[in-house]
Structure formats: C-alpha cells, structure tokens
Design a protein around this ligand. Structure first.
Ligand code: HDE
Length: 709
C-alpha cells in the first residue's frame, strides 16, 4: 500500500490482517512437502542400506527435517522474554489535533490495527507468568503513516534514571551468574544489593512490592508509557505528554501466597487467561489516556518531567481519555508473531516526539541493536508481524534474509538515474521532522539536581494505599528481604525505608529482627571535584498533595462478573435444580463456570441426569478460580468426607475469595471454615448475593485472622 491511502483503514477494513493473510498457510487438504516443495512419500522411515542397515547420508528428507529442527531456537529477549500477544484495533474517541498531528490520533473514522505484547521482565521464556515483577505493556500501532510503538510497562515509573545503569539493574535481578538461580524472582541477594545502593529505585520498588506486581490477569492491569514524550501539532508547537492505558475489565491483583501456588499449579495462568478470553469473544479493552503539560509549564512541578522515577499524579494533571484498544484476535502462530515482533520506543510517526529523559534516550539505541542479534540481521522489519502498512521504499539493500526484491540500478540518494526516487517527503507530505529544541549546554557526564528527590513519591504512593494494600507492601518487603542472606543488605534497605515511611521501616525491620537506622544514603556517579557530596544526596521533597487515590487499586474493581472463573464443587446426588439454574444464570452474566468433582467423567444429579465434569480435584486448584460455589444435595455428604474438597474451600477463603453455597450446601463451608458469618461467605443460594460478592473480588480483611490452608 502506498503512503496516505486512507481507505483501507476505514469501513471496518483491517489492512494489517490482510497483509498478514498473504503470509499465512493452512495445511488442510495439502500433501506433505519438503522445503523445496517436493511431495514426500514416506516421512516415517529414513533411507537405509537395507531395513536393518545404517542410514544413508544421501537422505535429504531426513537431513532437511533435522537441520531445521536443530535451528528452531532463536535467542530469547534479554529482558521481557516471557510474553503473550494478541491482535486488535485502536479507535479514537476525539480528534487530538490541538496537540498532535499524528493521523491516527486525528481521524475518528479510522480503526488502526494493533498488536500488543505483555511480558514479565526478569524470567526466561519458559518461566512462570505470576512472578512478582513489573509487566511489559507494548503496543504496535500499524498506522497509515508507518508503525508507532508505545512500549510501556504496567507501572508508571522505572527503577533508574539513566540508561547507563540498565545492564547493572538487569544483571542484579537475573539469576545469579555462578549458580543460575533464582529464576524469575527478585527475592535474592544480588538484586537487593543493587537496590540498597540505589535510592532512586525506591519509587519503582514500592510499585513492585505492591499487588501491581502480581496482576490477577494481563487484562486487568493499567499500562503506562512512563517517560514524558512530546506531542507536536500542525503548527509545530510542542506539549509534553504521558500515556496511560486504563483497562475496562478493572484492575486487580492476586494474593502473594496464591501467586506462588499458581506458579506450581498453572504457570501459564496469565497466558491462558488472555487466550481464553479472546477465544470466547470476551475481548479485553483498554482506554488510552493522556496527561498533557504545556511547554511553558515544564518546570512548574516539584519534580522533573524528564525523570522516569517520577509520575505526575492524576490529581495534579488529569488523564484525558482519547480512545480505546480492543484485543480481538489471538495470534495464528506464537513464534511467527509474538516471538518475532520487534518493538522500539523510537518507532514514531509525525506528531509524536521524544523528551530528553536520559532513560528514554538510552532505550532509543538498545532496541534495534538487540533485535539485530535476536532476529538475526538488519532485515527483521520484513518479518510479517513487523511490516508497516505503508510500503517500505528506501535505498537499504542486502543483509541476511532479505526478502524484498528492489528493482533497478539505483540504491543511493540523491540520484538522477532513478529519477530522484525515492523522494524525500516535505512536512506537508508527511515527512518526519524532529522537534526543533533549542539546546545551549556544556557537555557533561552528570545528573540534574532536580532528579535527587528520591523519597517523596514512594511516600505518596504508600500513603495512598488502603490498609490491606499497605499490609501487602509490608509483607512483600519482609518476604523479599527475608530471602536475602546477607544481613547488611537487608539493613541498608530497611534504613532506606526509614527515609520514606517510619512505620513501614519499623514493621519490616521488626519482621527481619532489625532496627532501622538513620544513616547517610549512598550516592551514585562521580565524586565532585570540590569533594562536597552534600548536594548529591537523595532527599525527600515536598509535594502539594499527601495522598493520591489514583495510585490505589482498591477503587478500580470491575462492575460486572464477566470472565470471572467460578468453581462448582459437586459429587453424585447434587441437587439438579440448584446446580443447573445457578450455572446458567452466572453464565448469562458471562462468568465462566467449571464443574469440579472427586473424579472425572460424570456425576449423577438428584434427578438422575448425567452431568459432565470439567476437572477433578486432582487437576483443579482453588488458586486459579475467582470464587467457589457449592450447590446442595446428597453430594455434600460425599464432599465433607473429601479432604481435597475441604482444602479447596479453605484455600479459596484464605485467599479472601467469595465462597458461596445454597442452604443445603453450607455443611461443606461449615466443615472447611472456622467462621461462615463473615463478608464474602454467602449461604443463601441467591444469585444477587453471589454476584455482589464476586464483584467485590476479594475480602482482604480476612487476612487479619488468617486460617490454615
Ligand atoms: Fe526495555 N528493552 N529497556 N524498557 N522493554 C527491551 O528490547 C531497555 C525500559 C520494555 O514485548 C529489549 O526487543 C533499556 C523501560 C518492554 O518485545 C531491550 C532500558 C520500559 C519490552 C530493552 C529499558 C521498557 C522491552 C529486550 C533502559 C517501559 C518488551 C528485547 C534504558 C517504559 C517488548 C527487545 C516486547 C524490551 C532495553 C527500560 C519496556 C534490551 C536499555 C523504562 C515492554 O532492547
């Protein structure tokens, strides 16, 4: 497609899907062939010197098949190796021309195709989905002006202020190099050693110690572009912008104990959840929001807009919702699409530009560089998932795995022999021009003093948490540091917590047997010539607000029960009516009901019907469900004798989930729980009671009186 052809994006057309279709094959009804297209007669026996003889080198069919297999792996991503992706569309609610000339942010009739990939950061490709970690949230917009990538995370700040520290951060969190453990975990000495020496990391650490780091679902997390970017309008005027993704499924986290158990029971928990939601037509949606700051207000805030360890509280600059992304199609092939997709924060379209955030500036180098080795050369933009919709017309040629066949003798610019083609595009023709920022500076290896308030924003974050969210943060610090073997590292972190919140430092210190001490915090970087370190110390600045409700997850719950997974525990003799009516009613509200019984196969209901079973107690676990329901009947007499059924209910309760029964089913609840007269336990068998509890997601106050399970 030639640049500027708008039509393919309108009237429901999806030019990316069409483009991918040209590369898609389906083996249905086809003969088996070699890579050269030769039909194969026998794919089960190699060519031998006699039926019991040695295999012949001549066997090109065997050689080709094994050679391909031998080379099927490519290097995994150095970070964000474990990920899941999906196709979708982005629709704009209102034109943003006042701020940006980007076409996909101006024309509300256009549906821009997107591919999104969500990932953990630290773990390898085969690691658990539910590690305590930041999640990547990367979206590729296939716009009519070329690819625009918004490569963000599910947390709005980052660990470090300068890209030069990134390799150290990642080396510290990855498995330790001599022993190659722990996998997908930050709870170890090298990570906390680094953090204890890096006061700027504290804000992000607070986010990773919160439930944001253990999302219930990839569909239930917010996304953030983190850095401040620029919007540029037709007149060339610049506004600073921060990007937000707000999920319409609500925001929810897991319990930490639950997350650890899920890692054993179903380490594909998030991947499967995303796949199944899309497969069943429950398409996840996020609204895109922007926080806009006028150019002249650059220095108006008590923090530096260029500092990626800071966010702009929504209470200070509201988020304006401008459009919606819907993920509506699972990939056809994980490797070809999710594994080979190559994101880059430097893939821009006219109307969007960078700021001088030193973390962003370093990222602009890293992505293509790593992709050249990961995807095997400089032509990875030709891989179908990475191809832009506008045709690529330039003078780049050759390189490994080149697929484009450029005709003609001219591969340079300027030229006359090729009629001057391809032409440079002027501004009016959509040619990209960088924002003309005036720079008058001394070359210096240093950081701005405006970056040194490392403690006011983590304090704001902690202050903004509800009591259960605070408790989870206290427990997460205590868990992570409890796994650290070197006591002085623990002590340094506890000392740093003292700079942020005294009560938190004392609680965590108490759990570790340590007393927080007020000591000078470490400094990083070069020592100034005059030896005066004073101004290099981190400090806790003043913020105009003490709390920001927008930072808490507590009021971001969904107002429906769509895609919630509910386990029905049954056995022979289950009351037909109580069982099938409730199942139907919940499914009508788009919840997902799974029937679990002592054994696979069928159970006989009270009316003698045969009810098929989805899973047995052997294969199912409460941790992968959102709620439990026990319909009554003779089945309950069997279940109260079944240790797995009792454990199932108790574990769901321990993780603060809604647990329900009808009046005849409550015997099992009474057997499993010490107290059934608490919020989130209903025995009425009424749909509205169960639905109200499921909407609340969790009853975290139960953690104050934990039960064994
Ligand atoms: Fe990345 N990051 N990153 N990162 N990043 C990569 O690129 C890097 C950072 C993010 O699903 C790599 O193709 C540096 C912040 C996501 O394919 C690599 C720095 C944010 C993904 C890389 C950062 C991100 C990556 C590894 C510090 C949030 C997964 C493979 C200067 C705003 C994209 C690859 C996907 C991937 C470098 C920091 C988000 C090595 C040097 C901050 C979502 O190029």
């Amino acid at each position: 497609m030639k640049i500027d052809e708008k039509e393919p994006f309108e009237n429901g057309a999806n030019p990316k899907k069409e483009q991918l279709g040209q590369f898609t094959t389906d083996n249905q009804g086809e003969f088996l062939t070699t890579d050269q297209g030769l039909k194969i007669n026998d794919d089960q026996n190699s060519l031998k010197s006699g039926p019991r003889g040695a295999t012949l080198l001549e066997d090109f069919i065997l050689r080709e098949k094994i050679t391909h297999f031998d080379h099927e792996r490519i290097p995994e991503r150095i970070v964000h190796a474990r990920g899941s992706g999906a196709h979708g569309v982005f629709e704009l609610y209102k034109p943003m021309g006042k701020y940006t000339k980007a076409k996909f942010l101006n024309e509300t009739t256009i549906k821009t195709p997107v591919f999104a990939r969500f990932s953990t950061v630290a773990g390898s490709k085969g690691s658990t989905d539910v590690a305590r970690d930041t999640r990547g949230f990367a979206v590729k917009f296939y716009t009519q002006e070329g690819n625009y990538d918004l490569v963000g995370n599910n947390m709005p700040v980052f660990f470090i202020q300068d890209a030069v520290k990134f390799p150290d951060l990642i080396h510290a969190v990855k498995p330790e190099p001599d022993r190659e453990f722990p996998q997908a975990a930050s709870a170890h000495d090298t990570f906390w050693d680094f953090i204890s020496l890096m006061p700027e990391s504290m804000h992000h650490i607070f986010w990773t110690m919160s439930d944001r780091a253990i999302p219930r679902s990839l569909r239930m997390m917010e996304g953030f572009g983190i850095h401040t970017f620029r919007f540029i309008n037709e007149e060339g005027a610049s506004h600073f912008v921060k990007f937000h993704w707000k999920p319409l499924q609500g925001v929810q986290g897991l319990a930490w104990d639950e997350a650890q158990r899920i890692s054993g029971k179903d380490s594909d928990f998030h991947r499967k959840d995303l796949w199944e939601a899309i497969d069943s037509g429950q398409f996840p949606e996020w609204e895109l929001g922007v926080q806009i700051v006028a150019q002249e207000d650059e220095h108006k805030h008590p923090f530096d807009l260029l500092d990626p360890t800071k966010l702009i509280p929504e209470e200070m600059v509201p988020v304006e919702i401008i459009g919606k992304m819907t993920l509506n199609r699972n990939p056809d092939n994980f490797f070809a699409e999710t594994e080979q997709v190559a994101f880059h924060p430097g893939h821009l379209v006219p109307g969007i530009d960078f700021s001088n955030d030193p973390l962003l500036q370093g990222r602009l180098f890293s992505y293509t560089d790593t992709q050249i080795s990961r995807l095997g050369g400089p032509n990875f933009h030709e891989i179908p998932i990475n191809k832009s919709i506008p045709e690529v017309t330039n003078n780049q040629r050759q390189g490994i795995h080149r697929t484009q066949i450029n005709t003609g003798r001219v591969s340079y610019h300027p030229n006359t022999l090729g009629g001057g083609c391809p032409f440079q595009a002027g501004k009016m023709e959509g040619g990209f021009t960088s924002f003309e920022e005036r720079i008058d500076a001394t070359k210096i290896r240093a950081r701005s003093e405006s970056f040194f308030d490392h403690f006011s924003q983590p304090a704001l974050f902690y202050n903004s948490m509800t009591s259960h969210e605070k408790r989870h943060i206290q427990n997460a610090f205590s868990f992570e540091l409890g796994k650290v073997k070197t006591v002085p590292i623990r002590q340094r972190v506890v000392n740093m917590l003292l700079e942020i919140d005294e009560s938190l430092a004392k609680i965590v210190g108490g759990n570790l047997g340590l007393i927080p001490a007020k000591l000078p915090q470490p400094i990083t970087g070069s020592i100034p010539a005059d030896g005066n370190l004073e101004e290099f110390h981190s400090f806790k600045g003043e913020l105009p607000i003490e709390e920001a409700a927008s930072l808490s997850m507590a009021d971001k719950l969904p107002n429906n029960i769509k895609t919630r997974k509910i386990a029905f525990l049954v056995a022979d003799g289950v009351e037909d009516d109580a069982f099938s009516k409730m199942k139907l009613e919940l499914e009508n509200l788009d919840a997902m009901v799974m029937i679990i019984a002592p054994k696979q196969g069928f159970v006989k209901t009270s009316d003698g019907n045969e009810q098929p079973i989805d899973e047995s107690f052997l294969t199912a676990a409460s941790v992968v469900f959102d709620a439990v329901y026990i319909p009554g009947g003779e089945s309950v007499e069997t279940l109260v004798q079944n240790a797995d059924a009792i454990h199932f209910v108790a574990e769901a309760f321990k993780h603060c989930k809604p647990v329900a029964s009808n009046s005849n089913g409550k015997k099992l609840l009474e057997k499993a729980l010490t107290n059934t007269k608490v919020d989130g336990v209903s025995t009425t068998g009424k749909l509205e009671d169960i639905v109200a509890d499921i909407k609340k997601c969790r009853f975290w106050e139960r953690e104050e009186n934990p039960i064994p399970a």
